[in-house]
Design a protein around this ligand. Structure first.
Ligand SMILES: [Zn+2]
Length: 723
């Protein structure tokens, strides 16, 4: 990487405070908080040369004027998609509706006098004209079938470079390259002649004949990852060799819900480019996915700036809807609170003109962002780390990514609902240094663990860290085959005998001694409750065993395999303990034989599932440095800067919804319309010197030296607490 900045964001902030003259010297992505990406609507339905109304009013001048009017700090202008170039191009067909106009030049001419950075949006997905004109660029299935996608090992890269060459002639700040997916679903892989010969050269053998999930497929996955990696690095270096000062970023898809099929690993591919950028939004990623994506990008590129992209539409890009102000405010401030730079995507009308009401709302949002700008970008504060394993994603879940990612989602949901400050820890870049500050590390169904990881956890425990392991953690080998024992039996202080074949397992807790009561909070005793998800039969060796894990009842016909077991059944008998408490070095391990994480994100979730996991976290750290009490409609994000805590409150209250016209009984997410009104309190172990908040209408009461109570009536407020 030529211009990677390893400067942590908080250092950037303090540099800005003390040496404001240096602000202009920082690259645009490190000094700016919010901007926009604008592109036309129509070409995604295909192009026709007689389509002269399309993008006829797509004007760089109008778009820049709208940016300046709203307070947007940079503009990502649509340069090229799979059908057209929106500038004077020889490499790609020009959009006929522009009638010879050059939107990039228009944008630069309008932006330059105002020092508004211009970034060009460039598509490399290329399933439009590149595939029509060059069938040799196309991915091929194992049977030779055309797959309708660009092969990133093909000669297509020369076309991509030719396009970038043209774009680099303009006086721009950066290039946003969208997007290196190798498909978002089956079929997987490319068996074109070029890929076959590259594979043979690399591995000395033929490609596997299909999706085999064996050692050969392992090489195939590696080959796919390296293909995207090589393509990205080559484009990055190409741009830098011509204009080193131009930033390059790739629209990244290494984060959940994406899995191996896209051809990206969480860390390997986020590392390419000057900063990582990913998409989010309730429309395709869920309300919890917004903060989760931000934290994931932060974890994949530690210490570096990252960008998250949200959009104006209610359901999907280009859908010509505009979300209510509070719905967009909620997403914007959630992303900023987590530390991201945020781009709002606007897809224009068919003729390229802008929706004035949408821009009125963007203006209100940006104005508020700039007013609150000093409260974003400080180092995130975390008590708990949620572990994410790419190897488990690929080789345990395989083509059913949810089998693993649901556990990750449930662990994340638990931390959000319970206001436990968390960060995400990734197997690809984990080190002792990156987890030492965490009180507890959660391994949510991390089925596959390497010796390197286990040794790392041992040292972490010896140094006083704590571990929570759930479900089938450590129960599968490197190739995703079930083991006969647990890879972490020494840590959990128990031997594993069986992975239950059922998911509808139950947990029951019984009356217990006082010191363990933290594990029982809000869970009725002597009452089996469903904890849907993988379960493991353990027998304690050195651990203290608590409660029961119960297998489900089965009808005679179910036992005969004649009926489905998708609907959870009632509990049958106990098969082993529910919880195992063990000591290792100075650390403690709580092993949960069931999967409260998986359950918490399942269709059959119970609040007690979440309490079970939360109680384990609280048991291991009974007097946290900072704790927050707030309703589950509120997400809180804590940052810390020496003796100053900032607690962001993001209230997401939505009206009741209904079922969609298709796919009942699922329901449509509804939009945030109202400012929620709720009480919250913050408790801090150390003495609070001073506390204040950003909003005028928040009622803040310092009720003791260690507690402040709040009455908040907005989508976002931030409370600043000095110790
Ligand atoms: Zn290929």
């Amino acid at each position: 990487m030529l211009s990677r900045k390893l400067l942590p964001v908080f250092m950037v902030t303090s540099l800005l405070t003390f040496y404001s003259y240096s602000e202009e010297q920082l690259p645009w992505y490190e000094r700016l908080l919010v901007g926009m990406e604008v592109g036309p609507t129509g070409a995604q339905f295909g192009g026709d040369t007689s389509d002269i109304e399309y993008a006829a009013k797509f004007s760089g001048k109008d778009i820049v004027a709208a940016q300046l009017q709203t307070g947007s700090q940079y503009i990502v202008i649509w340069g090229k998609d799979s059908e057209y170039a929106y500038y004077n191009s020889n490499a790609a067909p020009q959009c006929p509706g522009l009638n010879g106009r050059d939107v990039i030049q228009e944008t630069i001419d309008a932006a330059k006098p105002h020092n508004l950075p211009v970034i060009i949006y460039c598509v490399v997905q290329g399933n439009g004209y590149p595939l029509r004109d060059h069938p040799e660029y196309e991915m091929r299935g194992a049977d030779g079938a055309r797959l309708g996608r660009i092969c990133f090992n093909s000669g297509y890269i020369d076309h991509a470079k030719a396009v970038l060459d043209e774009m680099l002639q303009y006086d721009i700040s950066g290039l946003h390259i969208d997007m290196l997916d190798q498909g978002f679903g089956p079929p997987y892989g490319c068996w074109c002649e070029r890929c076959q010969s590259l594979f043979k050269k690399e591995y000395g053998e033929e490609m596997p004949a299909g999706v085999t999930w064996d050692e050969d497929w392992d090489k195939m996955l590696e080959f796919r990852y390296n293909t995207s990696d090589r393509f990205e690095k080559e484009l990055y270096q190409y741009v830098k060799s011509i204009k080193p000062g131009i930033t390059v970023d790739f629209n990244y898809h290494g984060y959940p819900p994406f899995s191996f099929e896209v051809g990206q690993r969480p860390v390997q591919h986020s590392d390419n480019g000057d900063f990582v950028t990913g998409e989010t939004g309730v429309w395709g990623f869920s309300a919890l996915g917004v903060g989760q994506t931000a934290r994931f990008l932060a974890a994949s590129t530690p210490g570096r700036r990252y960008q998250v992209v949200m959009q104006r539409g209610v359901r999907m890009y280009h859908d010509q809807t505009t979300r209510p102000l509070n719905d967009m405010r909620w997403e914007m401030f959630t992303l900023l609170a987590h530390g991201g730079q945020v781009t709002i995507v606007d897809k224009t009308r068919y003729d390229g003109s802008l929706d004035s009401v949408a821009y009125d709302r963007f203006g209100k949002i940006f104005k508020e962002v700039l007013k609150k700008k000093d409260h974003f970008g400080q180092p995130n504060y975390a008590e708990v780390g949620i572990y994410y394993s790419q190897r488990t994603r690929d080789w345990y879940a395989k083509e059913e990514a949810w089998r693993y990612q649901q556990s990750f989602n449930g662990a994340h949901a638990t931390c959000v609902y319970e206001h436990i400050p968390y960060e995400i820890v990734l197997d690809e870049n984990v080190s002792l240094n990156s987890i030492t500050h965490l009180k507890t590390l959660i391994l949510p169904n991390i089925a596959i663990l390497s010796d390197r990881e286990i040794n790392l956890f041992k040292t972490y425990l010896e140094n006083g860290g704590n571990l929570i392991v759930t479900g089938v953690t450590g129960m599968y080998d490197w190739m995703g085959r079930p083991r006969n024992d647990s890879a972490i039996s020494e840590l959990s202080g128990a031997n594993a005998f069986e992975i239950l074949p059922s998911l509808d397992n139950h947990v029951q807790l019984h009356k217990l001694n006082q010191p363990r009561m933290a594990l029982y909070e809000q869970i009725p005793l002597d009452w089996p409750f469903l904890v849907e998800g993988p379960g493991v039969v353990y027998k304690a060796t050195t651990a203290e065993a608590i409660g029961d894990l119960m297998k489900p009842a089965r009808t005679v016909r179910q036992k005969q395999g004649k009926e489905s077991t998708d609907m959870p059944m009632s509990p049958d008998q106990s098969v082993g303990p529910a919880i195992l408490l063990n000591q290792y070095g100075r650390g403690k391990i709580v092993t949960i034989a069931g999967s409260p994480d998986y359950a918490s994100a399942s269709e059959h979730r119970m609040t007690e599932d979440r309490y079970l996991l939360r109680n384990a976290i609280r048991y291991l750290n009974q007097e946290p440095e900072i704790s927050i009490d707030a309703p589950t409609i509120v997400e809180t994000v804590i940052s810390r800067e020496e003796n100053r805590f900032r607690v962001h409150f993001l209230g997401r209250q939505t009206p009741p919804g209904w079922t969609p016209s298709k796919n009942r009984p699922y329901s449509l997410p509804t939009l945030v319309e109202d400012e929620p009104l709720y009480r919250a309190s913050v408790k801090i172990r150390n003495k609070i010197k001073d506390a204040f908040c950003s909003n005028d209408n928040t009622v803040l009461n310092k009720v003791s030296d260690h507690q402040i109570d709040l009455l908040i009536n907005d989508v976002h407020d931030v409370v600043i607490i000095d110790l």
